[in-house]
Design a protein around this ligand. Structure first.
Ligand code: 5RP
Length: 262
């Protein structure tokens, strides 16, 4: 089954697998959302089942909570956990300073709350997510439904004085209806092409009434585990400015792949 995975899925799997090894018994762990984070949850479920790993998890979406329960991981609320040892999540883009764009999967609000309430945030990403400058991926901004068009117009107006290349925005849709987040909000995607000053933009966006949160994660990520299609992973640590490279073996995860093909 692992041989059926595309190189990008292999890259997602290996970084998730490597990051799952950072989790220790007794930890309270934030679980991200998205296809890479789903691999992480499956790998952790395998450790719970095979090694008796004991963890309490705080998922960042209903989707992730459902998968975590399915694979036997204990789920608690953030208020029960209060603080987390570690959060592991995917990203849509990251730069050399480990600034991120997140929210492609629509879960940026819970993801930012959970990551911020953690001693450490580890990002798991395939190599395609690494960029020199953020902004090619549309920046998600979560807005409350009340007056969303007015909020969208205000956001677009604020972009005029920002260091960005594009200023178009679009309401995220789910079929014919606006996409609704787990918190009952909508998402406006900003097509900025290039974000010259992510820190400034994040602050300006969050000052706008109607904006709940934006998908720029600044000074939140501590480590990126980067996956490649050939099974190589690199662990980039921001504090020590180190990069450790290793190879992840697919063979010892045979169960995971056969579970998926059932
Ligand atoms: C969800 C996210 C995801 O982490 C991000 O979209 C990456 O997703 P994937 O792992 O599927 O590429 O921010 O809100």
């Amino acid at each position: 089954m692992s041989s059926d995975l595309s190189p990008i899925d292999k890259a997602k799997f290996v970084c998730a697998k490597r990051a799952s090894q950072m989790v220790e018994s007794g930890m309270r762990v934030g679980l991200g959302t998205g296809s890479t984070a789903a691999w992480l949850v499956r790998c952790l479920g395998e450790r719970v089942r095979d090694e008796g790993l004991r963890i309490q998890s705080v998922p960042t979406s209903t989707r992730t909570a459902e998968l975590a329960r399915q694979v036997g991981i204990k789920v608690i609320s953030l208020d029960e956990a209060k603080w987390l040892d570690l959060t592991i999540d995917g990203a849509d883009e990251f730069d050399a300073e480990m600034n991120l764009i997140k929210g492609g999967g629509g879960a940026l609000l819970q993801e930012k709350i959970v990551a911020t309430a953690s001693d450490r945030m580890v990002v798991i990403a395939d190599v395609g997510k690494k960029v020199e400058t953020l902004g090619a991926f549309p920046l998600p901004v979560e807005v409350i439904p009340f007056g969303w068009q007015t909020t969208q117009a205000l956001v677009e107006e604020s972009l005029v004085s920002m260091d960005v290349l594009g200023r178009e925005s679009s309401l995220r849709m789910n079929g014919d209806a606006p996409y609704v987040t787990d918190e009952g909000n909508h998402i406006i995607d900003l097509h900025l092409k290039r974000i010259g000053s992510p820190r400034q933009l994040a602050m300006v966006l969050n000052q706008m009434p109607g904006v709940v949160e934006n998908g720029l994660f600044i000074d939140i990520c501590d480590c990126v585990v980067l996956g490649y299609g050939d099974g190589k992973v690199e662990v980039h640590e921001i504090d020590s400015a180190t990069v450790a490279s290793e190879q992840v073996d697919f063979a010892d995860s045979g169960n995971l792949f056969s579970d998926l093909s059932d």
